[in-house]
Design a protein around this ligand. Structure first.
Ligand code: FMN
Length: 363
């Protein structure tokens, strides 16, 4: 029987339990993307809460790909010393930590550029040239080397939520007619290149994973479950170490996100927004370590997902903002997260204006 509090082997990493803190930007690094003291303290607090694996909030891989104020960087040597401190703090409490690498694409205010010319209500992006795409791939590799230099246990490519990799995967944004656009395989080319280059630089021992959308939840077109299943199969064949299943992005419609493909009440894991999508991906890649995020709040749901091996690891973000010691609380008998999903932590009112915290619990 697979259990929530049992250890799990992720590549060469021995995780002490099945809990993952999903990447969550604390939006409080300095102007150069260097971590500040409150961030180091925050991660130490998470690690003392006994989380098996912490995925650090996204770091930009080059200045042009910076997604928001206060985001941390991994572009340069200047970022390494403070990242090293953070990793040491986390490791000293027996948790493992992975760096998430990102390029914001059209969402990056510094240079709105993506697969093709693309307009939203809030921004308009230009098309990246082939040379620029190659530079971006190389910058992902450089950032992965910096992460390992800082002591991280591995890296996660951010391929979800409508940032650059996810924009290339989407047939709404990606209208290219060269090797990076057209078929699903060609739209996945950027991701393959980034993965292959990172893998060949870091070697087979390094933990390299991805966060990917199971569905963009756009009204028409965009990545859908049949596409993400195929991408998962390709990545599994390539030897990726894990996939964290997420969904959505700037094209999503909330009503679609909540309902399309969702498991019924009788499933026992209907609380997990994408539990049914995870089950479908699991069927396609039975041996690949899978992590599921979004909406998971109660012990019953977690047990259902783990004991039936729908996924191997349970990932959460807002519950840990609300209760950094949530794993210990569960271990001591608490049944459910106290997070009320008010979403203040991600609201314009607070995002990037002060260090991340639960603004409901600590107003
Ligand atoms: C404040 C905040 C910051 C986030 N930052 C990131 C991030 O840096 N990278 C990422 O992949 N997802 C990020 N997310 C999304 C979460 O990782 C997670 O996918 C989402 O919150 C759903 O999980 P939950 O229902 O457990 O909160 C963030 C979410 C919040 C609330």
């Amino acid at each position: 029987m697979y259990k929530l509090f049992s250890a799990f082997r992720l590549g060469k990493l021995e995780l002490k339990n099945r809990f993952v803190r999903s990447a969550t930007t604390s939006y409080w690094s300095d102007e150069q993307g260097i971590l500040t003291d409150p961030i180091l303290d925050y991660y130490e607090q998470l690690a003392t809460g006994d989380i098996g694996l912490i995925i650090k909030g996204h770091s930009y891989i080059n200045e042009k790909g910076k997604a928001h104020t206060g985001q941390s960087g991994l572009t340069d040597e200047i970022h390494i010393p403070r990242m090293k401190k953070l990793v040491e703090k986390v490791h000293s409490h027996g948790s493992k930590i992975i760096a998430q690498l990102n390029h914001g694409g059209g969402t990056s205010p510094a240079d709105r550029a993506t697969a093709s010319v693309y307009k939203t209500e809030n921004w308009e992006a230009r098309e990246l040239t082939l040379n620029e795409i190659e530079e971006i791939e190389d910058d992902f590799v450089k950032a992965s080397v910096n992460a390992i230099e800082a002591g991280f246990d591995g890296v996660q490519i951010h391929g979800a939520h409508g940032y650059l990799v996810s924009q290339f995967l989407s047939d709404i944004v990606n209208k290219r007619e060269d090797k990076f656009g057209g078929t699903l395989e060609k739209r996945t080319r950027l991701l393959f290149d980034i993965y292959d280059k990172i893998r060949s630089k870091l070697g087979s021992e390094a933990i390299v994973g991805i966060k990917i959308n199971c569905d963009d939840f756009a009204p028409e077109k965009g990545l859908r479950i049949s596409d993400s299943i195929q991408v998962a199969k390709w990545l599994s064949d390539k030897g990726i170490d894990f996939i964290e299943i997420s969904g959505g992005g700037f094209q999503q419609k909330p009503e679609i996100r909540k309902t399309r493909g969702r498991a019924g009440e009788e499933s026992g894991y209907n609380e997990a927004t994408w539990g049914e999508h995870a089950k479908n991906i699991r069927d396609a890649v039975p041996k690949l370590p899978l992590i599921l995020v979004d909406g998971i709040r109660s012990r019953n749901t977690m047990e259902e997902l783990i004991e039936n091996k729908i996924v191997d690891l349970i990932s959460m973000s807002k519950p840990f903002i609300n209760e950094p010691d949530f794993v210990k609380l569960l271990q001591n008998g608490q049944e459910k997260s106290s997070c009320i999903d008010c979403r203040k932590c991600i609201s314009r009112e607070f995002f990037g204006k002060t260090m991340l915290r639960c603004f409901h619990r600590f107003p």
